[in-house]
Design a binder for this molecule. Structure first.
Ligand SMILES: N[C@@H](CCC(=O)N[C@@H](CSCO)C(=O)NCC(=O)O)C(=O)O
Ligand SMILES: [Zn+2]
Ligand SMILES: [Zn+2]
Length: 188
């Protein structure tokens, strides 16, 4: 049986469109769905195995990307949004009706400050940039995956073109370390 990663990629990773100019994220509620507008294309889209990112029912990974906070606007039914864990770096605003995380700004002083984490599968439009790697792969064990399944999971991710990492991608890890080095005056 093929290992399931996430419904948006299990059938193959679908390329985004260069002309995607943003759209509207919609939660899963039938009644008064939360709607959030995202201006422009998303960046750093990836599959994430961590326990904190929202995953649809049955998915092993989330699919999550970032957009500048200034490009994110809650359009409708924002009264249903509540921060899941106020102590976390990412302030994940979830719908209290259906549980879908609708946006997750980073407000703290951090390399990611000013970015908001969003789940592009909730766009009502097509064309969002496809995921390019898989992050926090080992973390799926924390939510119950048997360690013996990890070879199969990593193999499937590679087959899908989603290089598996146990933290973020090298590019993002370098970006964060550069930010720290500059903050500490080690790097100009
Ligand atoms: N093993 C932990 C890891 C959680 C974690 O550090 N998640 C990352 C990636 S989230 C999107 O890529 C992170 O940056 N978290 C910050 C935050 O959650 O606020 C686990 O699985 O729980
Ligand atoms: Zn909802
Ligand atoms: Zn995550």
């Amino acid at each position: 049986m093929t290992v399931s990663i996430h419904p948006a990629v299990d059938g193959g990773v679908k390329k985004g469109s260069d002309s995607f100019a943003g759209g509207t994220l919609v939660c899963a509620c039938q009644d008064r769905p939360v709607k959030v507008a995202i201006k422009g294309q998303i960046a750093y889209n990836h599959a994430c195995g961590c326990t904190k990112c929202w995953k649809p029912t049955g998915a092993t990974f989330s699919v999550v990307a970032v957009a500048p906070v200034g490009n994110v606007t809650v359009l409708e039914n924002g009264d249903k949004l509540k921060v899941v864990d106020p102590s976390a770096l990412i302030q994940r605003y979830a719908c209290i009706g259906c549980g879908v995380h609708m946006h997750g700004p980073v407000e703290r002083e951090h390399a990611f400050q000013g970015l908001s984490f969003v789940h592009p599968e909730r766009f009502q439009e097509e064309g969002w940039a496809e995921p390019g790697f898989a992050a926090f792969v080992s973390s799926i064990i924390e939510s119950g995956t048997d360690p013996s399944e990890m070879d199969g999971v990593r193999g499937r991710l590679k087959e899908l073109g989603l290089e598996p990492y146990d933290c973020l991608s090298p590019g993002l890890m370098d970006y964060m370390a550069t930010w720290v080095a500059k903050k500490n005056g080690v790097l100009k």
